[in-house]
Design a protein. Structure first.
Length: 232
């Protein structure tokens, strides 16, 4: 997970503390999968936003804890944009007081490969956050999307992320099951990283430590990139 805190956003400046009791997924509702539209300024990975209309400015009434989308090289990453223990401005109701917010950058909603990368990245991030804050994704109201937040009376009336998920035969129930399953594993290797990890294990390049492989998400992503470049 990369970090670029939106320190100029009024939400960050206010800095209201929050104890996370859940995670709420959102999606942007615009055909623009590029992180630079929302996260800035350019850190060399994001790419330049020539319109300078990212969210790291004062005068906005919205701010979330993290975004998932494409960097300038086309890879999908998660960027943390608020401290996870700071109240965000993301759902227009009391869910701001309780839930970490993750915004998924939409494309045209028709690309299964992009959706899969976003889904898997969101899953890995939610697993990490559930472990960090001792959250049970199967407890009602803990791991939800904006639409479910509205049904629970803690968010404004939006349809995300179900409208995108259903196009690729996924639901929030599927997502919760996937996160819960990964949490039960001593160390979850995402599906997109497993072929590379298996290759390196078979060659003796990776070895366990007695408590697992202890591979961070960022390290697995780097190994996969190197594998795709045929370095291994």
């Amino acid at each position: 997970m990369n970090t670029l805190l939106l320190t100029n956003n009024d939400c960050y400046r206010r800095g209201t503390p929050m104890t996370p009791k859940g995670i709420m997924l959102h999606s942007t509702g615009a055909n623009n999968p590029n992180l630079r539209r929302y996260v800035g300024p350019d850190d060399g990975i994001l790419g330049e936003n020539i319109y300078d209309n990212h969210w790291n400015h004062p005068g906005l009434d919205v701010c979330v804890h993290a975004f998932i989308g494409r960097t300038k090289d086309g890879s999908v990453r998660c960027y943390q944009t608020l401290p996870f223990t700071m109240r965000g401005w993301h759902c227009g109701s009391s869910g701001n007081d309780t839930h970490i917010s993750i915004e998924l950058c939409e494309d045209n909603l028709e690309d299964p490969a992009y959706f899969e990368e976003v889904y898997e990245t969101a899953r890995a991030v939610c697993v990490e956050l559930c472990r960090k804050f001792d959250l049970n994704p199967e407890t009602p109201g803990v791991l939800i999307d904006h639409a479910e937040g509205h049904m629970l009376g803690i968010a404004s009336n939006h349809g995300d992320v179900a409208h995108w998920f259903r196009r690729h035969n996924k639901t929030m129930s599927d997502f919760r099951r996937d996160v819960a399953r990964d949490l039960k594993e001593p160390e979850a290797i995402p599906r997109w990283a497993k072929p590379t990890v298996d290759k390196l294990l078979s060659r003796g390049v990776l070895e366990g430590t007695g408590t697992g492989l202890n591979l961070s998400y960022d390290l697995m992503r780097t190994l996969v990139i190197l594998d795709r470049l045929e370095i291994f």
